[in-house]
Design a protein around this ligand. Structure first.
Ligand code: ATP
Ligand code: MG
Length: 256
């Protein structure tokens, strides 16, 4: 079972979109996938079909798991081809309420009995607080989506430092699988400067920039507004092909 965190503390980097498409794409390839939504915005839960009122009322979500109120297995919701541990708006309180000794290990411990999946894909929130630390501590690999613009590079150093601290204190085996360029406008405009700085940053983090990159496309937003996987919504779209290529590259790396 491969546990993968999708993370970048910068908002709007494409984390949820990547987690969603990776989860649905792997499931479409016959893999058994569990998605975990660790963001109080609940976007992944919503996109996978959970209704807003359901998200408000249920006590069976990742927040209950992290507080030790529920075993993870009791919180699994079946949504089409992907199983989900939903988020909850109350996750916003997590940095205050999850403060006891061992707080970094809550998710890892909760996942211990779980063996029924080929992949666990964790969507994280735009911060490096206790939720993201739990995701990193539980994971085998991290995927870092980065929006294709210079400003996106600013926070990467801080992310690198956090990941280094996680390796030192919580999860020595954690692998940074790669950096995924998202929402690029056109290959020609993906400036050489941007790619050079990104590659340098990747090298400093002992990782790579994936050869696959995801273009900006209205299809992504359309599919999300219909809450349908892009692979079904528009299988032929260029951006769908981008994600297929990325999943190919990702799977090759995992099985290498
Ligand atoms: N390739 C794309 N083309 C067009 N729009 C995209 C693409 N990828 C993501 N988006 C849109 O950009 C917005 C931000 O993407 P997303 O929610 O995946 O980022 P995020 O990193 O999860 O954000 P947050 O930090 O708020 O959780 C969303 O509205 C999403 O629909
Ligand atoms: Mg998100």
């Amino acid at each position: 079972m491969h546990i993968i965190a999708v993370a970048n503390q910068k908002g709007g980097a494409g984390k949820t979109t990547t987690a969603l498409n990776l989860a649905c794409g792997l499931a479409a390839r016959g893999k058994r996938v569990l998605a975990i939504d660790m963001d109080g915005q609940c976007s992944l839960s919503f996109l996978l079909g959970m209704e807003n009122d359901r998200l408000q009322e249920t006590e069976r979500n990742v927040y209950a798991v992290l507080r030790g109120k529920q075993p993870l297995s009791a919180c699994i919701v079946q949504t089409g081809s992907v199983d989900l541990i939903p988020a909850a708006p109350a996750l916003y309180e997590a940095d205050m309420t999850i403060s006891q000794i061992g707080k970094e290990y809550r998710l890892r411990d909760a996942l211990k009995g779980i063996t029924d999946y080929d992949y666990v894909i964790i969507d994280t929130c735009p911060s490096l607080g206790i939720l993201t630390v739990n995701a990193f501590t539980a994971s085998e690999r991290v995927i870092i989506p980065v929006q294709a613009e210079l400003l996106s590079l600013i926070g990467l150093q801080q992310l690198a430092e956090t990941l280094e601290a996680i390796r030192t204190y919580c999860n020595p085996a954690l692998l940074i699988d790669g950096i995924l360029v998202t929402r690029y406008q056109s290959r020609t405009r993906l400036s050489r400067d941007f790619m050079n700085v990104l590659r340098q940053q990747a090298a400093a983090m002992q990782t790579k920039v994936y050869a696959s990159a995801i273009r900006e496309s209205i299809i992504v937003k359309e599919a999300q507004s219909m809450r349908r996987p892009i692979f079904e919504y528009d299988a032929k779209a260029a951006v769908t092909q981008d994600y297929i290529q990325f999943i190919d590259e990702f799977e090759k790396g995992v099985s290498a």
